[in-house]
Design a protein around this ligand. Sequence first.
Ligand SMILES: Cc1cc2nc3c(=O)[nH]c(=O)nc-3n(C[C@H](O)[C@H](O)[C@H](O)COP(=O)(O)O)c2cc1C
Length: 178
Amino acid sequence: MKKIIAFGASSSVNSINKQFASFVANKISNSEPVILDLNDFEMPIYSEDRERLEGIPSLAYDFKAILKNADGIIISFAEHNGSYSAAFKNIFDWISRIEKVVWFNKPMLLLATSDGEKGASSVLETAYSRMSYNNSKHIFKFSLPRFSDNFDKIKGILDNNLKEDLENKLYGFQKLLS
Ligand SMILES: Cc1cc2nc3c(=O)[nH]c(=O)nc-3n(C[C@H](O)[C@H](O)[C@H](O)COP(=O)(O)O)c2cc1C
């Protein structure tokens, strides 16, 4: 059984990205998906002064330990003003202070969705370009536009082209897990 860590990069209780990440993680065969909630990793806003005075919070180490244990990582990004949600960015900043390799070069499937036409593709590109640095063969990305129209809790993605695109990315991601 492969251990897949998945989460929506959002702190919203009704996060569509959390829903989407969880849906995709559950499609992976022979896997044990672990769905994280970023609210369980809320820390003070990162600052260099705070780090110097108080050190790195233990929650940042907890988050890293979970990543280290994973065979693969799935993140679905909420887009806030064209970029990461503050909740995600804060965790990213803290964990990046622990060691240089933030995501352990694990296979990653980066997702993003919104109700807009662009499907949060700006934040997805930002994340992809950052996280694929030195890890480009182990990382896939997929954006789902117009979530309310294109996604059904039971049927999944309704549009055939988008569905096929995600299936191809999932196939590639799963191959890296074996
Ligand atoms: C502060 C804020 C900024 C936002 N900025 C964008 C944006 O730049 N692009 C976009 O497509 N949606 C934007 N949205 C709408 C989000 O895509 C929408 O709230 C979505 O549901 C967020 O994902 P989540 O439900 O997983 O949290 C913004 C929402 C908030 C609250």
